[in-house]
Design a protein around this ligand. Sequence first.
Ligand SMILES: [Zn+2]
Length: 268
Amino acid sequence: MDIEVLGSTNDQLSVIFRGAQPTFVNAIRRIIMAEIPIPAIEKVYVAENTSVLYDEILAHRLGMIPMRGGETLNPPDRCSCGGKGCSFCESVLTLEVEAKEDNEMVYSGRLKAEGSVFPAKNDIPIVKLNSGQKIALVAHARLGTGKEHAKWQPVSICVIKYEPVIFVQENCDLCGICVDRCPRKILEINENEKKLVVRSIWDCSLCKVCKEVCPKSAIKISYNDRTSRLTIETTGSKSNEELLVSAFDFLIKKCESLRNSIGGAVNG
Ligand SMILES: [Zn+2]
């Protein structure tokens, strides 16, 4: 298997896996979405809330704010408190704000971290307050995974695309109709070599417009499922690179535990 990192753009990371089973790449994708622990706000104790939002909606919004840190926290199911919540598995944040004027937006940056967990971004809107409206609350963040709740999912995008394959047959007469009609503009005619070439194959959306408009039926479209591109976009809790490495570590640990249990069963 050969791996090529296409690099990061707009908070996205694309990696090409060549010669990999689609199931393997999909395992990595599903681990990133569902198995990597990140912190999120789980409990909110509201002391005062005179905003237009109910306490429950406010708590829900706080829960959905991506959080960073919490590396030293115990996973709640493996904490000595038995998952009830203590200083080893929870990190406290507070929010205390009173609007001085109308239409004052409260952003995630106003959450004050008392422990190791803090908002990944400071410009996420929580609630708009009018003059004199107040919010005072204490929030407890803990580690969790995407399979428990979407708020612990560390990515907003995590998709696989097979490599598109565009095959141009000999009977192509370079009429150029496909070049004009391709919505992604990835085809061009190479005048020197007198042939139709594909500029950037990964931009192909497999729409098959080129195949349909070709008067000679000279274009064939398919895909190669042994070469896939994984694209991930973090919500900010961890970097894309950290997520990818954590996914590989998780898969290795799962395989080791499977090997040990099979070994135990065979030996036992
Ligand atoms: Zn605990």
